[in-house]
Ligand binder design. Structure first.
Ligand SMILES: *[C@@H]1O[C@H](CO)[C@@H](O)[C@H](O)[C@H]1NC(C)=O
Ligand SMILES: *[C@@H]1O[C@H](CO)[C@@H](O)[C@H](O)[C@H]1NC(C)=O
Length: 384
């Protein structure tokens, strides 16, 4: 009996030790998850997760069929999840990063800060927004880059009030990752407004001037973010805007071998070349900055050119369509038709990628090699 009971208590102790080891391992896993830093997200329709729901604007997506694969329309400009939604999920975020204007993030008398901001960050992106303040005027309301940084400054102040200056600086400088996708609208909803668009042979000199103006503004905006504590900053370049169904239909007489509009793509390439130089310059001048250049142009071009390799059946037309050879002439709305197999289309609406394309972009940013995203990919940036 005595031996039996002694064995039993040995077994009990061994079990107890195993159990405690499991708990501590589990705790480490939990700790790792919660130590993934927050995401502060800036930009245009590619990233907008609902800010435009809360401003008076013509640039909205809070109606069917937007969100058809999300469960409901949310103000995302796609059928399902955005690129940063998908990255967040892959990193183990417990929820989506909310739009800055969401009532769920509202500050009240007894609440300095919605706690989830410390884990998930905030999304400031607004469809139609540009680097330049005039961009997107045709939509009336939009939150341009300068105003998005103003909004981040408010969040930052609330974080400081809530956890103190040291904690806030540690969070922003060491843990947070900042994403920016901006510039397309400066071309589509500013420089190439339809009256100019008809003249596809537009002289390149004024466009160089326009790009230089964008770059100089963007340099100031990135520096301002740095001065507010941003260090790990992922900058997406401008995609092949000439390949969107909208630009294909608008430039039907000047398309290249891939049926993409030549002039808009050339604008994007000119901008991207200068953007790459800007990122290099700022990396050298802003001490401790970890700026990353993400070649989304390259990723999208590959998806469009080699679409069948990625499982797509259509790379040139809008899944949500009314009229136009590429379904790009009229915005996606409640009366539009929707393609049957949404995950077979690269483009969801006349301007924006489908969730299926967003998933490929997200994976390239998260784990891509240096010819896509350099000097670090997003996963390395979070771990650094
Ligand atoms: C930018 O535009 C907004 C309105 O869209 C305006 O309120 C603001 O004053 C402008 N800022 C500058 C610096 O021009
Ligand atoms: C398409 O795929 C081929 C073969 O893998 C590759 O050589 C080419 O660079 C790809 N196109 C783009 C635009 O990346």
């Amino acid at each position: 009996m005595a031996i039996y009971s002694s064995n039993c208590s040995k077994l009990y102790i061994v079990t107890l030790i195993l159990f405690m080891m499991m708990i501590s391992l589990f705790g480490i896993c939990l700790g790792q998850n919660s130590s993934v830093g927050p995401s502060f997200i800036f930009g245009d329709a590619l990233f907008d997760a609902g800010n435009n729901n809360f401003i008076p604007t013509l640039s909205k997506s809070d109606f069917y069929p937007y969100g058809i694969d999300f469960g409901q329309p949310t103000g995302r400009f796609t059928n399902g999840k955005t690129v940063t939604d998908i990255i967040g999920e892959e990193l183990g975020y417990k929820d989506f990063t909310l739009p800055y204007l969401s009532p769920l993030l509202a500050i009240t008398d007894d609440k300095l800060l919605e706690p989830r901001v410390l884990d998930l960050g905030v999304n400031y992106a607004s469809a139609g927004a540009g680097i330049l303040n005039e961009t997107g005027k045709i939509f009336v309301g939009r939150i341009n880059m300068d105003a998005q940084i103003d909004n981040f400054e408010n969040t930052r102040q609330n974080i400081i009030s809530s956890i103190g200056n040291d904690g806030a600086m540690q969070l922003l400088i060491q843990k947070a990752v900042f994403y920016i996708s901006i510039g397309s609208s400066d071309f589509i909803h500013n420089y190439m407004i339809p009256s100019i668009l008809s003249n596809a042979d537009l002289d390149l000199v004024p466009s160089l001037k326009f790009v230089q103006n964008m770059i100089s503004n963007f340099g100031n905006q990135l520096t301002r973010l740095y001065n507010l504590g941003a260090r790990k900053i992922v900058v997406l370049n401008v995609g092949p805007i000439g390949c969107t169904p909208s630009q294909r239909d608008a430039n039907i007489l000047s398309l290249d071998n891939n049926n993409c509009a030549i002039f808009p793509n050339r604008l994007a390439q000119i901008f991207n070349m200068q953007l790459r130089n800007l990122i290099t310059e700022l990396t050298n001048s802003l001490e401790g900055s970890k700026l990353v250049y993400a070649d989304v142009y390259n990723v999208m071009e590959d998806i469009i050119e080699n679409y069948s390799k990625y499982g797509f059946e259509n790379s040139d037309s809008s899944c949500c369509y009314v009229v136009g050879r590429f379904g790009g002439l009229i915005p996606c709305g409640p009366k539009s038709k929707v393609c049957l197999e949404r995950n077979k289309y690269v483009f969801w609406d006349p301007y924006n990628p489908s969730q299926a394309a967003n998933e490929i972009i997200a994976k390239s940013l998260l784990d891509g090699d240096t010819h896509i995203i350099s000097p670090n990919n997003v996963r390395q940036l979070f771990q650094s």
